[in-house]
Design a protein around this ligand. Structure first.
Ligand code: FRU
Length: 504
């Protein structure tokens, strides 16, 4: 490790610690696992190395929350054993004890995960563990594995209850084949193959961590029959995303056996709608299961990192964090149905007293925003631009001598971008460099930019939820300024900045 990186690491333990995103007290994390709501608690399990700040000894770490914002970390839930490491998977509430693991009076939590054999030749298969005490202790099923097709790579089962066919359905990947396989079961212990989806979309890298998410449609008032739900199939790819690794989404329907993708008019429309997040640091997202009725929309969370440099981020003894929880919705566009995202509504509860700049006109050049006492390392920013003649405009966050992270709208090219080339410390130049961008549906129209800045992350969303970019940044601690800028022309808009309360 070079000296610069070493110094960053020493200082970076707590100074990059997210204040309102989940991170573990210590050690390495990657994918969120087993997201489920049960008896008043949201559970967040995660890929965890209980022994260090690099990937290894994969086990399920555990945290619980009453509101998806304040997390209490609990002891390791499912540890690696002599036979297998515990890779990614999901948890279901087995309400009626279909698995037989419960005692017929209380619901049982069942974890379905990939056991990865701890021998040089590897081998992955789906396994079970169950909990009768609200996820505090877990018993591995004695007859594991429950689904083994003899492959070296076969992983990341996401299981949910499918009402119309009255059975459990599992989405699981065959990474090298770029295939999501669906299996069905009545007891979580015996599984029948239902169908396969793929190869499709981006196949430049292996596929990982599928999720199949239902968007129930409202009941048709005329005949009282519920119209077909829409479904989104998400699968991550290890290469091919502009930032390296990323999440691709397919919109379609699921008939209980197979996922049928909507036909997409042309290849350009297919590819622009493909990425859930156009930034480099949103991976392995899955949605919460069993959400209480007050949630009108599915909610997911992703690992805010990238396998390309995750092991070199300058933090210790903890390494890795999650994105903010995001609500998902479907948007109809001329190019087809797209997935929209917005930060969990309850996140607004963390906002402090807003700083407001009502209607203002910004001339070409840079304007320093006077944040007063507000800490520029932890902000939510909303800039609603109503009109602009500028060819490009945007914000600089975590700005200080010689560095800033740029968020801009290039109207000439019709792109929203984030640029961290001068954002501070770079963990791995090759994978870090470059501007991440996404095409805007209406580049000349009004636009609202919502920007979430925590100690080492920037999440950018458009107000309509159409575009999202998530990037890690490691600036100097003193780089806390916020600037607006416009190039060759002016911008009119309204700006609101909230300090964000810490949840830890
Ligand atoms: C994705 C992933 C999964 C696997 C887990 C292992 O980040 O590679 O496919 O189950 O991490 O930690």
């Amino acid at each position: 490790m070079n000296t610069e990186a070493h110094t960053e690491l020493e200082q970076g333990g707590e100074r990059f610690r997210p204040q309102w995103h989940f991170s573990p007290e210590k050690h390495w994390i990657n994918d969120p696992n087993g997201l489920v709501w049960f008896e008043g608690e949201y559970h967040l399990f995660f890929q965890y190395n209980p022994f260090g700040d690099q990937w290894g000894h994969m086990s399920w770490g555990h945290a619980v929350s009453a509101d998806l914002l304040h997390w209490q970390e609990l002891p390791v839930a499912i540890p690696e054993d002599e036979r297998v490491s515990i890779f990614s998977g999901s948890v279901v509430v087995d309400q009626h004890n279909s698995s037989g693991f419960g005692d017929d009076t209380d619901a049982v939590l069942v974890a379905i995960y990939t056991g990865c054999k701890r021998v040089p030749e590897g081998g992955q298969a789906q396994e079970l563990a169950y909990s009768l005490d609200r996820g505090r202790s877990w018993t591995k099923y004695a007859a594991n594995p429950v689904l083994d097709i003899g492959l070296r790579d076969f992983r990341d089962p996401k299981v949910f209850w499918h009402g119309p066919t009255a059975r459990w359905v599992m989405a699981v990947v065959r990474p090298d084949d770029h295939v999501v396989s669906f299996y069905g079961s009545h007891n979580l212990r015996e599984w029948q193959h239902l169908s396969d989806f793929g190869p499709a979309g981006e196949v430049g890298g292996i596929w990982e961590c599928p999720d199949l998410i239902e968007f129930p449609s409202s009941t048709n008032a005329d005949d009282g029959v519920a119209a077909h739900s829409r479904w989104v199939l998400k699968v991550d790819t290890f290469a091919g995303h502009p930032g390296g690794t990323g999440a691709q989404v397919f919109v379609g329907r699921f008939d209980g056996t197979r996922f049928i993708q909507d036909s997409v008019a042309d290849e350009a429309a297919r590819t622009t709608g493909m990425w859930a997040d156009h930034g480099s640091d949103f991976y392995a997202a899955i949605a919460w299961g069993n959400l209480p009725a007050h949630h009108a929309a599915p909610v997911w969370i992703g690992w805010m990192n990238n396998h390309g440099y995750a092991k070199r981020t300058p933090t210790s003894p903890w390494r890795g964090a999650m994105s903010v929880p995001r609500e998902l919705f479907l948007r109809e566009t001329p190019a087809g149905t797209r997935v929209g995202q917005r930060p969990l509504r309850a996140l607004q509860g963390l906002r402090g007293e807003p700083l407001q700049w009502p209607t203002h006109t910004l001339q070409a050049g840079e304007t320093l925003v006077d944040l007063g006492e507000v800490d520029g390392r932890s902000l939510e920013i909303e800039w609603s631009v109503t009109t602009a003649t500028a060819s490009e405009f945007g914000l600089q966050v975590r700005s200080g001598p010689g560095e800033a992270t740029l968020i801009g709208v290039c109207r000439r090219r019709g792109m929203l971008f984030i640029d961290r080339q001068h954002s501070g410390f770079v963990p791995h130049a090759e994978r870090w460099a470059g501007r991440r961008e996404v095409a805007l549906e209406d580049p000349q129209g009004p636009i609202t930019l919502r920007v979430l800045v925590d100690r080492c992350s920037v999440e950018v969303l458009t107000g309509d939820g159409a575009a999202v970019l998530t990037e890690l940044v490691f600036p100097a601690d003193a780089s806390r300024a916020l600037r607006l800028y416009a190039l060759s022309g002016e911008v009119q808009g309204r700006l609101t900045v909230w300090p964000m309360a810490a949840t830890r």
